[in-house]
Design a protein around this ligand. Structure first.
Ligand code: ZN
Length: 236
């Protein structure tokens, strides 16, 4: 059993070496698009902010227009009152007309002040939009750059990965079904199927092993699964 298990362990370690290389390449393949989608999400959030600010400035501009129309009406009214003033007969009528003109002028001043204040806010919002558009361009340039880099790099990585994957069936050929199942179960659950024993501990999860198991791993007498993570243990 000892020699048999020792040979089987070597086969499992060979398979594990292939699988860990495949895993590293898979990480490269999935991480790169991850950064792109992260930046695309950042860009979408910038777009949303730009839209919000733009919507607000549109409302503010409408309010300015409203006040400007009101101002025009008031100015016409003042002109009319001034024309009428020339034909007034009594002092009382004249005083009443002057007071009315003063009222309308006061209203015009108020509207003009409001327009200035709103314009100030609109200018700030326009500056904010410009700033956000700068951020957006930065993200979009980086996405283009990443995509270009990825296209050429990932092609090579994928080729390497597929080449490695094609060597798996041969590596699995002489491993009995039962052990292969234990191996695959740990690989699917943990990412890696095997873990080195470090002293009394599993290097995969840190779980301490019994003295018996430790000896078995060190002397390659039987298959030992870590009691914490179910990885197949080996002595490095
Ligand atoms: Zn473990």
């Amino acid at each position: 059993m000892t020699t048999e298990w020792s040979e089987l362990l070597d086969r499992l370690l060979a398979l594990q070496s292939i699988d860990s290389k495949i895993r590293r390449l898979d990480q490269v393949l999935t991480r790169a698009p991850g950064e792109v989608s992260q930046r695309e999400a950042a860009m979408a959030s910038i777009d949303e902010k730009i839209k919000k600010v733009a919507d607000r400035t549109r409302l503010l501009r409408a309010q300015i227009l409203l006040r400007e129309n009101e101002l025009k009406t008031h100015e016409k009214k003042i002109e009319k009152l001034q024309e009428q003033a020339a034909e007034l007969k009594t002092n009382k009528e004249y005083i009443a007309s002057r007071s009315e003109i003063a009222n309308v002028r006061g209203e015009c001043d108020r509207l003009q002040n409001e327009v200035l204040k709103i314009l100030e806010v609109v200018e700030q919002a326009d500056a904010k939009i410009k700033e956000l558009e700068g951020d957006r361009k930065h993200e979009s340039d980086r996405i283009d750059q990443l995509k270009a880099e990825m296209a050429s790099k990932l092609e090579d990585v994928k080729k390497d990965r597929d080449a490695l994957a094609s060597t798996r069936p041969a590596a699995m050929e002489d491993i009995p079904k039962e052990q292969l199942e234990l191996y695959e179960r740990a690989r699917k659950a943990r990412g890696t199927a095997m873990a080195a024993l470090e002293g009394a501990y599993c290097s995969g999860c840190g779980e301490p092993q019994t003295r018996n198991d430790m000896y078995a791993v060190q002397n390659r007498t039987r298959l030992v699964l870590c009691r914490g993570c179910n990885r197949i243990l080996y002595q490095p």
